[in-house]
Design a protein around this ligand. Structure first.
Ligand SMILES: NC(=O)c1ccc[n+]([C@@H]2O[C@H](COP(=O)([O-])OP(=O)(O)OC[C@H]3O[C@@H](n4cnc5c(N)ncnc54)[C@H](OP(=O)(O)O)[C@@H]3O)[C@@H](O)[C@H]2O)c1
Length: 225
């Protein structure tokens, strides 16, 4: 296999539901995806599953979280909130000068349909505190259920992208669109509190109305692209 011309993406916890779905979408779009895990063997199994779906010519491999983070230009974190700090602490030295996209929702079981934000304001703001100012941190995909990521279906939910710089948000929106979703610049990282909190609202709606992937769409606004 020759190398992808597109930027490389690491997905920490990419063996899980949300991470594997995003890995599939980005590998399908031609990106080189490094699936990260606490266990390189487990990551290789997940990468092979995606290769089976997309064909041997797709650019997906499995590595430890640390190796994946060190090899990629953009690092995405998709782990449960309980593992968020530990995962970021374990790779932070590899993130300098890169963009970190945080997908984490700070759910506190059992009350996952109640908004419960950490002291930093949001999981993404906590990530920023952990990784420091040499890393651009964006928050995205928190409202996208993993449900349809692996089956190529249209996802009826927009992606609100917040982040520490306009440039990082623009790069993240490129990845949103490469995944077949619609992304919006939703402003500074402080605004991630709203987007992360919205996930609990959507989980509550799913429970109340018997759905699995309630979403949101921005209406009344047009974008150039
Ligand atoms: N599922 C969704 O539909 C969805 C939608 C939007 C946002 N999110 C958010 O995305 C994140 C991941 O969700 P998910 O449903 O994909 O989670 P998941 O499948 O339960 O876990 C994802 C991965 O995180 C790693 N992990 C799990 N427990 C860990 C621990 N105690 N310490 C370190 N790593 C651990 C595991 O990777 P290894 O064992 O390979 O290390 C696991 O495969 C969460 O913050 C969630 O709120 C999920």
């Amino acid at each position: 296999m020759t190398e992808s011309n597109l930027i490389s993406i690491a997905i920490l916890g990419g063996t899980g539901k949300e991470g594997k779905g995003l890995a599939y979408r980005w590998a399908k779009a031609g990106y080189h995806v490094h699936i990260g895990s606490r266990s390189a063997d487990k990551a290789i199994v997940a990468a092979n599953e995606i290769k089976e779906m997309l064909g041997a010519e797709s650019f997906v491999d499995g590595k430890s979280n640390l190796e994946a983070a060190s090899e990629a230009k953009i690092v995405v974190v998709t782990v449960p909130y309980a593992a968020h700090r530990e995962t970021l602490e374990s790779v932070k030295d590899e993130l300098k000068g890169k963009i970190l996209i945080d997908v984490t929702v700070p759910l506190v079981p059992p009350k996952v349909s109640t908004v419960q934000m950490p002291a930093a304001g949001s999981a993404a703001q906590e990530a920023r505190e952990i990784v420091g100012n040499d890393v651009q941190v964006c928050a995205a995909f928190q409202n996208i259920s993993h449900e349809h990521l692996l089956d190529n279906a249209d996802v009826e939910c927009d992606v609100l992208v917040t982040g520490t710089s306009k440039e990082a948000r623009a790069e993240t929106i490129k990845l949103v669109e490469a995944a077949g979703l619609r992304g919006w610049d939703a402003g500074p990282i402080e605004n991630s509190v709203v987007v992360e909190g919205l996930t609990s609202v959507l989980i509550g709606i799913n429970k109340k109305y018997g759905s699995t992937h309630a979403g949101i769409k921005i209406t009344g606004a047009k974008r150039d692209s």
